[in-house]
Unconditional design. Structure first.
Length: 270
């Protein structure tokens, strides 16, 4: 593949076009983003990794230039990842962030033999009592706000009541240049909710959930992140037979690309 960046698309099993961007040369590494992001969010990390890998970023379905064929199901997003891996020759490394880490883990469990190493950064499960779970009806409340075309309110509700962003920070966020982009992605919040399932309840993760994932896995968290999400990372690592857990000192949920990139190079190329 060419070292310079190239954009194209792959066609998922249900016919949905998925927009991808490739750059660099080397073993294939797919970057999977989380809620309220499209493929452009991973561009700074991709740039740092391109000298050592063929990097693929992509717009998850319903985002950016990708299509969106209803009804949504997590299985369709796994098929999207499968189509990208097939376009890369049949196997790949994957690094997933936040809910994208959960999607990456689910895809690895289903696509046996296709993901050869997996990296996860802060899968946002709530596995203990270190923070309250979101309201029991949070998923349907988000759906209602989207149906009423209250996209900004849906984003605010997700950030405050689900993620735990301080409410006082939202007014500043709403006036920021990036806010319209978040509103444009608001309808995909339901997709990330589906990927997480019932695993934000404060209950321990079920043992055996990913027993089929026997490949090497790196699970990371930020040393400055809230305790609940750091505990989630540890819990996931503890359930995987070949997992390594690392905390990145001073980092939060949006870790600096220049800190994450060396960890990925060490893990995937080691």
């Amino acid at each position: 593949m060419a070292a310079n960046e190239a954009t194209s698309e792959v066609t998922s099993k249900d016919g949905t076009p998925i927009a991808i961007s490739r750059s660099g040369e080397g073993p294939a590494l797919i970057l999977v983003g989380g809620a309220l992001s499209d493929g452009s969010g991973a561009a700074p990390l991709a740039k740092l990794l391109a000298p050592r890998f063929t990097i693929v970023t992509f717009d998850r379905r319903g985002r950016g230039k990708s299509g969106d064929t209803p009804p949504y199901a997590v299985e369709r997003e796994i098929e999207d990842v499968d189509a990208i891996i097939d376009a890369l020759g049949g196997t790949a490394f994957i690094h997933g962030h936040s809910s994208g880490a959960v999607l990456s883990l689910e895809a690895t469990a289903k696509l046996t033999g296709k993901v050869t190493k997996l990296s996860l950064y802060e899968p946002p499960f709530i596995t203990d009592g270190t923070r309250p779970p979101p309201p029991a009806d949070f998923a349907s409340h988000i759906d209602g706000l989207i149906a009423a075309d209250r996209r900004g309110d849906a984003v605010e509700y997700f950030l405050v009541d689900v993620v735990g962003t301080p409410a006082e920070a939202i007014a500043q966020m709403r006036s920021a240049p990036a806010w319209p982009g978040l509103e444009a992605l608001a309808h995909t919040l339901a997709y990330d909710v589906a990927v997480l399932g019932d695993r934000m309840s404060g209950k321990p993760l079920a043992s055996g959930a990913w027993d089929g994932v026997s490949i090497p896995v790196l699970v990371m968290d930020g040393g400055a992140s809230p305790e609940w999400i750091r505990n989630s990372a540890r819990s996931v690592a503890g359930l995987l037979p070949s997992a390594e857990h690392r905390s990145l000192e001073g980092q939060t949920h949006n870790a600096a690309p220049e800190v994450v990139a060396p960890e990925l190079e060490r893990f995937f190329l080691g």
